[in-house]
Design a protein around this ligand. Structure first.
Ligand code: PLP
Ligand code: COI
Length: 338
């Protein structure tokens, strides 16, 4: 089935995955596999002690029939930070890029047309695969890249998405692992997200675990907002994931002369904000409509999605990603047709 037949954000098998194994202190040459399953020891550290980290990036079809991957070296760097935090073997820039190119070229037919937010989602991951029953880092690792054609992560709603502030759960502890993309962070978010969804909300908004006074981020994405006086604001915190999308939007704002503030955002302040969005690779910019805290409406959008300035910023970002505008910061990594 070609990528264009699929919408939403769901796993589907594509033609090839790229794999390399770490043993005796080095990575094996990259290999292509048609099988999307793995045979691993029952005592693998990933299964027991959570030694596993992943990345997410996207490839977009370009008007000239090539494909461009958005800022892959930023993901390579972040993956190394994650690996360092949980004592795993690391992949250097050259190997990461080689693996991305192999994965994209060998799944070319699955890359959807660049419309409706569709793209080829690239999911690199590394996990401890060696059998180790004492709590210590594995001696063996697997590096895998799989790719999946995707559309929107959240069901597109004409009026925007809804979020619920997590009162009884934290995503990340101070000095914990919130700044890296460790698999366990997402396990911690499964129950609060399930509860929020069962109450009709699309996503969870976490507060900082230390003071519970400030907004941190959503379970899948960073918190971004526009103030009534036209500033772009986003939390400054050591316990949220440094989003490559957010970093790119900040640069786009600066290029357009929009004032950017990375600072603590008090949960009390949000009622005054004009627009709020969730940003990330998978979610793009998902505009919010309402945020609830308990039974109370903590924030309501002041702008219909059709008039949203955040959606204008998304168009600017997509223009660069899809090759429809210039690339002043060198963000596109081009791959020519195989
Ligand atoms: N925050 C969390 C918790 C995420 O999982 C993601 C997605 O990767 C992001 C933020 C956004 O990061 P990026 O823009 O690099 O995809
Ligand atoms: C991404 O945006 O790439 C993510 O990893 C978020 C989510 C799908 C886990």
């Amino acid at each position: 089935m070609s990528g264009s037949d699929k919408k939403g954000f769901h796993y589907q098998k594509t033609d090839f995955v790229v794999r390399s194994s770490w043993a005796d202190g080095e990575w094996s040459p990259l290999e292509l596999h048609g099988d999307d399953t793995l045979h691993i020891p029952l005592a693998a550290t990933a299964l027991h002690y959570g030694q596993s980290a992943f990345e997410g990036l996207k490839a977009f079809r370009q008007p000239n029939c090539s494909v461009s991957v958005f800022r892959p070296l930023e993901n390579a760097k972040r993956l190394r930070t994650s690996c360092e935090r949980i004592c795993m073997a690391q992949v250097d820039d050259q190997m990461f890029l080689e693996a991305i190119d192999l994965a994209v070229k060998n799944n070319w037919e699955h890359i959807p047309p660049a419309e409706d937010g569709s793209a080829l989602y690239i999911r690199p991951f590394i996990f401890g695969s060696g059998p180790t029953i004492g709590v210590r880092p594995s001696d063996n690792y697997e590096f895998v890249i799989m790719v999946i054609p995707v559309g929107s992560y959240y069901d597109p709603k004409s009026q925007g998405a809804t979020a619920y502030i997590a009162e009884n759960y934290d995503r990340a502890a101070p000095k914990g692992m919130g700044h890296v993309k460790a698999a366990g962070n997402y396990a911690a978010g499964l129950l609060p997200t399930k509860l929020a969804k069962s109450n009709g909300f699309d996503m969870v908004l976490y507060l900082d675990a230390k003071t519970r006074q400030n907004v941190e981020e959503f379970g899948t994405s960073n918190f971004i907002a526009l103030t009534e006086d036209g500033k772009y604001i986003t939390p400054d915190s050591g316990t949220i994931l440094p989003s490559i999308t957010n970093d790119s939007l900040i640069q786009i704002c600066k290029d357009k002369g929009i004032t950017v503030e990375r600072r603590a955002i008090s949960v009390k302040e949000i009622s005054s904000l004009k627009e709020i969005g969730a940003c990330g690779t998978a979610v793009g910019i998902t505009p919010l409509n309402e945020i609830y805290r308990g039974e109370e409406l903590a924030w309501k959008s002041k702008v219909p999605v059709a008039e949203s300035q955040l959606m204008e910023l998304l168009k600017d970002l997509q223009g660069i990603q899809r090759g429809q505008s210039t690339d002043p910061h060198g963000w596109r990594h081009n791959i020519s047709a195989p």
